[in-house]
Design a protein around this ligand. Structure first.
Ligand code: ADP
Length: 598
């Protein structure tokens, strides 16, 4: 089933076709034309205002039947949406709103009886004449103000824009904003009775009421008073274009042209209001944009509060995500900080422990050296005794010769030379002992293993009464350079050689010989001390490197564990095995080779 608007369109187009056929295309289609008007003052006033226009159009365009439809704001909007009206007469504010929404298009603008100009709508904001505290609209902050209605063009919106311009937000900065509706006389009464401090009405209303004897202009003062463009009325705002008559998107163009032509040619002094060419409604757009209403209501959402209202779920989610991220970052930061400080503490503790270990190792080495010296002390005494005895013998010989008068200069010279030489020998022994026994810190430098072995042999042999034969066979290539702490390696050599000497001490001379071999093996330098001594059984061999393992009555059992620690601290290895070429043992250690520096 077709709706009534659709039926009316079909019937009108049928008539249209026949009219065009009979009269030609320059004529408008015959039919009923509905003119919807915004009857803001009620039907009675609207009928009185607009019936002359309808009557005039019916006379001027005989082929059409013009009909007046009174509407409030909402029903006029619905009538346009449902295409129930062909022409619309409304205030400038509703016009631009529906222009944006439904594509209304003005064809003429109403002329004011007071001025021929197109801009004729304004507002007047007034107070009682005795209110000396209120001079301009800006004085209204914190005051009570009466207006017609939030949508009233002249009865509120024009003044609201002026308030904004003078720094007052009408919605927030007034003590009270009271909308009293129509007729506007109510506002004048409210101001007169002191119910409100000021009122907003359409410009020229006070003058009109004064002419009718309903008020005296002297009773009131106009705020921000201005006179504009020849309008013979007091104003508080600039003037805006008057009401337009507009066609809808669906209005027949030929009809629109005819109506426009008829209205613009309406003779002055005719019964109804007169019309002029369509005005520029840009100031109305500006007003609505500033107040963020009508087609510009969306701008309210662009304020921070509006955006929050519209996008709060997204904002909340973003905020939560951000919060989560911050909490996560702070937590990670905190954990990293904690772990770093734990790591730093444990590193410091490790460094302390290492330093402590180094100290005790150095201490142990020192003690071990002293222990070797202790063990050799009887031999040492014997060693020192020899030069001292020789010195004593020479000294006594010189004395005896002197007493017997046989002392010749040659004899004195020979005795002194021998005494000096033996004293130097004794000093050499003491010097070596002191050097060996002194406390020192570990270093790493190129060492000559064969040289160290030779020195160890020299030191030991020098201290022993009956030293065994110790031969050194150096087969190490110069390509292998050992970086080590010389005295520590010498300590190891002393221990190994001394143990080898001890192992053959009670044996015949042929089993007391010791062989030292130095060679390269797998990019390492290897030193082997072989003896033909008493050797060790498997159980003893298994416990050889345990601290305090000893088979000697006066032994400490620390020499080999210390040697092992020293060699391993140099990145090397120390091991022992039975001598494969006969009785005795073979002790070996290897140290890494380094490229000799250029
Ligand atoms: P100490 O010499 O004070 O006993 P060491 O740690 O130097 O301490 O030696 C531990 C033990 O290893 C010695 O008591 C000895 O029994 C055994 N030992 C070391 N070297 C040899 C060797 N060349 N031949 C036989 N036994 C050895």
């Amino acid at each position: 089933m077709l709706s009534p608007p659709a039926l009316s369109l079909i019937s009108r187009s049928r008539i249209c076709v026949s009219a065009l056929f009979l009269l030609g295309s320059s004529l408008a289609c015959a039919g009923e034309v509905a003119i919807g008007v915004f009857a803001y003052q009620g039907e009675k006033v609207a009928n009185a205002d607009w019936t002359p226009v309808i009557r005039y159009l019916n006379q001027a365009i005989p082929g059409q039947q013009f009909r007046l439809e009174n509407h409030d704001a909402q029903s006029l909007r619905a009538a346009i949406a449902e295409r129930r009206v062909d022409l619309v007469i409304t205030n400038p504010g509703y016009y631009i709103t529906m222009e944006a929404e439904f594509g209304l298009s003005r064809i003429a603008t109403l002329e004011s009886p007071d001025t021929p100009a197109a801009k004729t709508l304004g507002s007047v904001v007034f107070t009682r004449a005795n209110r000396d505290d209120l001079r301009v609209i800006g004085d209204l902050a914190g005051k009570r103000v009466a207006a017609v209605d939030p949508d009233a063009f002249g009865g509120y919106l024009l003044a609201a824009r002026e308030m904004l311009r003078q720094g007052i937000d009408p919605e927030n900065d007034l003590k009270e904003l009271r909308f009293v509706g129509l007729p506007m006389n109510r506002i004048i009464d409210a101001v007169r009775n002191g119910e409100v401090d000021a009122g907003i009405v359409r410009a020229c209303l006070p003058e009109q009421l004064a002419r009718q004897g309903e008020l005296r202009l002297a009773e009131f003062r106009v705020l921000s008073h201005r006179q504009d463009e020849g309008l013979p009325c007091a104003l508080s705002t600039p003037l805006y274009p008057n009401w337009p008559i507009a066609v809808t998107r669906h209005t027949d163009i030929a009809l629109a042209k005819e109506v426009a032509h008829a209205l613009l040619s309406m003779p002055a002094g005719s019964e109804g209001p007169t019309w002029t060419v369509p005005a520029d409604y840009q100031p109305v757009h500006d007003l609505y944009r500033e107040l963020r209403i009508g087609p510009y209501a969306y701008l309210r959402d662009i304020t921070p509060e509006g955006l929050v209202r519209r996008f709060w779920p997204w904002l909340l989610a973003t905020l939560l995500a951000l919060l989560g991220w911050i909490v996560h970052t702070v937590r990670v930061e905190h954990l990293v900080h904690r772990r770093t400080s734990e790591l730093r503490d444990s590193l410091a503790a490790r460094e302390r422990a290492e330093a402590c270990m180094r100290d005790s190792q150095e201490q142990m080495e020192h003690l071990s050296r002293l222990s070797v010296l202790g063990e050799l002390s009887s031999n040492l005494a014997h060693e020192l005794n020899q030069p001292l005895t020789t010195i004593g013998t020479y000294a006594r010989t010189v004395l005896r010769r002197q007493e017997s008068g046989k002392l010749t200069p040659e004899a004195v010279s020979e005795a002194c030379t021998e005494i000096a030489s033996e004293a130097e020998r004794a000093a050499g022994i003491v010097q070596r002992i002191r050097h060996f026994a002194r406390k020192r810190s570990a270093v790493r430098e190129p060492v000559d293993l064969a040289g160290l072995a030779g020195e160890a042999r020299h030191l030991l042999v020098g201290m022993l009464a009956n030293p065994p034969a110790i031969d050194i066979d150096n087969r190490l290539q110069s390509a292998c350079q050992v970086l080590a702490d010389g005295p520590q390696i010498q300590q190891v050599l002393l221990n190994l050689i001394k143990n080898a000497i001890d192992a053959g001490r009670s044996l015949p001379a042929e089993r007391r010989s010791i062989h030292i071999m130095i060679e390269a093996a797998d990019n390492r330098a290897q030193l082997t001390v072989t003896d033909h001594g008493v050797g060790l059984d498997a159980a003893q061999l298994a416990r050889l490197f345990e601290p305090f393992f000893t088979t000697k009555p006066d032994g400490l059992g620390l020499g080999l564990p210390i040697c092992k620690t020293i060699i391993e601290a140099h990145g090397g290895r120390l091991w022992a095995e039975p001598n494969p070429d006969g009785p005795g043992m073979r002790f070996s250690f290897s140290l890494p080779c380094h490229e000799p520096s250029a």
